[in-house]
Write a protein that binds this ligand. Structure first.
Ligand code: FMN
Length: 174
């Protein structure tokens, strides 16, 4: 990996932000920038060739939910303006595999589906066998489209999950 990494995350101030910070440290603070997605436009993303997106799932219809913080909702229309060609993306998603087993990290899948409409190149998929859950919009084949993190019930696994995932990304980012 020679190019800088932009880690864009939302919502700010909770578990997603805490995990985003861990991901930045795993890359190295000198090579990875940590940026809240709130107030970003596509132009902010377009500065990077290596992009990490992080989100949490709050409610089934995350984009429109009254309960969700609006950070990613506000950015949604910007997704169409990103210059996808030549970029490599990786996603992580916060969720709760006990209380929301049937919609585990759904928002990560909803975000990925929007990006795949533009033929986004997404790396960092994770085998579903490493998690217990019932259903998820983030499953594509036998893999999660990105890294699921459960800070509510599996916080003890987060550091190892982040470390192993970032090590793989480093080998495949530009
Ligand atoms: C109202 C509410 C709804 C939630 N819905 C889901 C869900 O549908 N799927 C899921 O995996 N997690 C769900 N969660 C769990 C959150 O994604 C999890 O607690 C996450 O760590 C929150 O991250 P944040 O503090 O950055 O928002 C929900 C949590 C709350 C409070």
């Amino acid at each position: 990996m020679k190019k800088r990494v932009g880690i864009f995350y939302g919502p700010a101030g909770g578990s997603t932000e805490r995990v985003a910070k861990k991901i930045q440290i795993a890359f190295g603070e000198d090579v990875a920038d940590l940026i809240p997605i709130k107030n970003c436009t596509a132009a902010d993303i377009n500065k990077y060739e290596n992009v990490v997106f992080g989100c949490s799932t709050i409610g089934k219809e995350t984009w429109q939910s009254d309960k969700s913080k609006p950070d990613w909702d506000n950015f949604r229309s910007e997704l169409d303006k990103i210059k996808y060609e030549g970029k490599t993306f990786a996603l992580f998603g916060l969720g709760d595999h006990i209380a929301y087993a049937a919609m585990f990290v759904d928002a990560m899948g909803i975000l990925a589906k929007e990006m795949l409409k533009h033929n986004a190149s997404i790396i960092g998929k994770v085998p579903t066998c490493e998690y217990e859950f019932k259903e998820s919009e983030a499953v594509f084949g036998h893999e999660f489209i990105g890294l699921p993190i459960d800070e509510d019930f599996e916080a003890d696994l987060t550091d190892r999950r982040v470390k192993e995932w970032v090590a793989r990304l480093k080998m495949n980012f530009a």
